[in-house]
Write a protein that binds this ligand. Structure first.
Ligand SMILES: [Zn+2]
Length: 163
């Protein structure tokens, strides 16, 4: 078997090329996402919401006075939930979107869709966290970089290819 991207001989049962990290089932999908980028994407998600709230809260507060905080919170939360649902159906969260990584269906490279992402982000990550977060660290030595929540949802994480 040869890599569709760099044409080198590769191990048949892997999803990523061991030479160039290209996603083998469809090289246009991207390359294997490095763990630092994945970790950073997950880590910044809650901060983005906080920053949005602080910025919008102080803008609205400056215009309408202090009593507006609760209102700002509702607007930011509503906007975030809406935007997040759009991103989730494309295999992303805000942090992943900003860092150019996305979750794809492991055999096709297509988007896993909204409900499979929900499964991955909720039950999947809960299971990954159960035993000293072992499920998260699993991605370090797994041949396809899959954490337990990826195995549960049937997904891999790719770094998007610049078109
Ligand atoms: Zn390759």
């Amino acid at each position: 078997m040869h890599c569709p991207s760099c044409s080198k001989e590769v191990v048949a049962d892997k999803l990523f090329c061991n030479w160039c990290d290209a996603f083998m089932p469809n090289k246009t999908v991207g390359k294997k996402a490095d763990l630092f980028r994945r970790g950073l994407a997950s880590a910044i998600d809650p901060f983005i919401v906080m920053i949005l709230y602080l910025i919008l809260g102080s803008i609205l507060g400056a215009i309408f006075g202090r009593g507006i905080k609760g209102f700002a919170f509702v607007i930011v939360t509503t906007g975030y939930v809406y935007f997040l649902s759009q991103l989730l159906s494309k295999g992303m969260t805000l942090g992943k979107w900003l860092l150019g990584v996305k979750v794809v269906e492991k055999l096709t490279g297509n988007s896993p869709g909204f409900w499979r992402m929900i499964l991955r982000e909720t039950i999947g990550k809960f299971v990954s966290g159960l035993v000293f977060s072992l499920g998260y660290f699993w991605a370090i030595w797994d041949k396809d970089g899959q954490a337990w929540h990826d195995k549960i949802a049937g997904t891999v994480v790719v770094k998007e290819q610049k078109q």
